[in-house]
Design a protein around this ligand. Structure first.
Ligand code: HSE
Length: 291
């Protein structure tokens, strides 16, 4: 049996800790034979545990402590600590692993709730479970989420070679904001979401770039963001934003502009991978080997 979980890009500017999209890059785990001990055969570096201390197994055991150990093969196209939801993908895979091996019959809603409790915010885990574009909240222990179709647009990611840990990227955020600024920030987020639901990417993009919640505080950690945003404006992009806690930057633009924008992005002075993404519409999927 294989479990496949999509990469995700959270925030979309003002949808901080709330909005995210699923992308067509994947973490795939294959459940091998039952074994005396858990063994996770992965391709990450040796700092990532290969035994029951691995986040995948830890997550699965939280839900089903009596699961029989197995050999698990893990392959990920989602780079670690870049803002593309790598840890969320492992948490969601761990929940699905427990769901399948432990026959828990979890609903999507339950998976999102459990994953959010583990991750602390729903913006990556919710689209990783449900796919497409998800708007979610986690307030006073209650999770609410709504999935909606994201418009067909060009999606170009710039993924710097260097990692940026979420904890480091959250340390620069303020602990408080004024009532007036909170109203302004949330009204920008509201219009952003409404415009996406209305297929109006031009207006959505304007709102994305007016984020007041996090990007300005993080700008010194991600100097390439300003360069990419300025460049994207020359190609009539809708918006460029910090993907999750960064350092990846995602640009939304008309599909026909993708190629020339990628060519231009290749010439900037920062080193990183450039990837063209599509929206993943389905979220976590389970493939039975017998099929
Ligand atoms: N919303 C989170 C952040 C995503 O921006 O810090 C990363 O976990």
């Amino acid at each position: 049996m294989k479990i496949r979980v999509p990469a995700t890009s959270a925030n979309l500017g003002p949808g901080f800790d709330s909005c995210g999209i699923a992308l067509n890059r994947y973490l795939t785990i294959e459940i091998g034979v039952a074994s005396a001990k858990w063994e996770v055969r992965h391709e990450f570096d040796e700092k990532i545990p290969s035994d029951s201390a691995n986040l995948l197994v830890q997550t699965a055991l939280k839900l089903a402590p009596n699961l029989k150990p197995h050999v698990i093969y893990m392959h990920s196209e989602i780079p670690l600590a870049r803002g593309l939801g790598s840890s969320s993908s492992i948490i969601v895979a761990g929940i699905e692993l427990a769901n399948q091996l432990g026959k828990l019959n979890l609903t999507s809603e339950e998976k999102v709730r459990i994953a959010t409790e583990i991750e602390g915010h729903p913006d990556n885990v919710a689209p990783a479970v449900m796919g497409d574009f998800v708007v979610a909240s986690f307030v006073d222990g209650q999770v609410a989420s709504v999935q909606h179709r994201f418009p067909e647009v060009g999606i170009v990611g710039f993924i710097p070679d260097q990692q940026l840990l979420t904890a480091v990227s959250r340390e620069v955020l303020p602990t408080q904001m004024s009532y007036k600024e909170a109203i302004a920030a949330s009204s920008i987020a509201n219009v952003m979401i409404g415009a996406i639901l209305n297929n109006d990417m031009k207006l959505a993009g304007q709102m994305i770039e007016q984020d007041l919640f996090h990007e300005k505080y993080r700008s010194s950690l991600v100097p390439h963001m300003k360069i990419i945003r300025e460049l994207s404006q020359k190609f009539d992009a809708y918006a460029a934003y910090l993907s999750g806690a960064g350092p990846a930057v995602i640009t939304f633009l008309p599909l026909e502009k993708v190629k020339i924008f990628v060519d231009a992005l290749n010439k900037i002075e920062y080193s990183g991978a450039i990837e063209v993404f599509k929206i993943n519409r389905l979220g976590v999927e389970v493939f039975d080997n017998r099929l």
